[in-house]
Write a protein that binds this ligand. Structure first.
Ligand SMILES: C[S@@+](CC[C@H](N)C(=O)[O-])C[C@H]1O[C@@H](n2cnc3c(N)ncnc32)[C@H](O)[C@@H]1O
Length: 199
């Protein structure tokens, strides 16, 4: 049995302490849900990578996709399995280090990544999509509005337009990054979101 890293001990402790449920699926997934494969297209296989409590996995399973959900935290995976069962949803949740064991090439129709950033993974994520497959990605940016919480480690923050560049080998279907433009009390601040399609 592998020993959890310091980072995973931190996440296990956080998930053990949290009372709240999985919460809402990421904005990018809800906003662009109409791009997901339909029943007539066979719906397909989806992965919620670094899923945490699995809000995105639950959302995709509820729409009929065949869903896998991977996270390094055993605590998160156990809670997700319980929640899926309570909702009567079928998904496969597994404890997995996604950097050491990224998805196999051409194995997925949909990948969702929210609030997790490991730049070295992008080539593997892109290669894991089948032709026409979609990557939904949303995470934190360096540009933030006072009072909004983002990770303190700058390695986990996207520079302006960085997500667009990371997803560039894909055909970009949607990109949003409000940055610090205009009325800062409105819009989606401190986050960037992208939907890219495998060519
Ligand atoms: C900020 S949480 C985001 C969880 C979820 N995607 C969400 O949006 O609510 C980051 C997650 O990444 C997971 N994580 C960090 N490094 C990982 C790794 N190398 N392999 C798998 N999971 C990892 C943590 O356990 C944690 O659940």
């Amino acid at each position: 049995m592998s020993v959890p890293s310091h980072g995973q001990c931190k996440w296990n402790a956080r998930y053990a302490a949290a009372d709240a449920g999985a919460g809402e699926a990421a904005w990018v997934l809800r906003e662009y849900a109409h791009l997901l494969p339909t029943p007539t297209q066979g719906q397909g296989q989806a992965l919620d990578l670094a899923c945490g409590l699995g809000a995105n996995a639950l959302y995709l399973a509820g729409r009929g996709l065949q869903v896998s959900a991977w996270d390094g935290s055993a605590q998160a995976i156990a809670r997700l399995q319980t929640e899926a069962q309570a909702r009567g949803l079928t998904l496969t949740a597994a404890v997995r280090d996604v950097v050491e064991q990224p998805p196999e090439p051409a194995s997925l129709d949909v990948i969702v990544v929210a609030h997790f950033l490991e730049r070295r993974l992008f080539p593997a994520l892109i290669a894991a999509l089948r032709p026409g497959g979609l990557l939904f990605y949303q995470t934190f940016t360096t540009q933030r509005v006072e009072g909004q919480s983002t990770p303190s480690n700058p390695d986990f923050l996207l520079a302006p337009n960085e997500l667009l560049e990371l997803c560039q080998p894909l055909r970009i279907l949607a990109y949003r990054e409000d940055g610090l433009a205009g009325n800062l009390t409105q819009g989606m601040r401190a986050r960037a979101a992208c939907v890219g399609m495998q060519r």
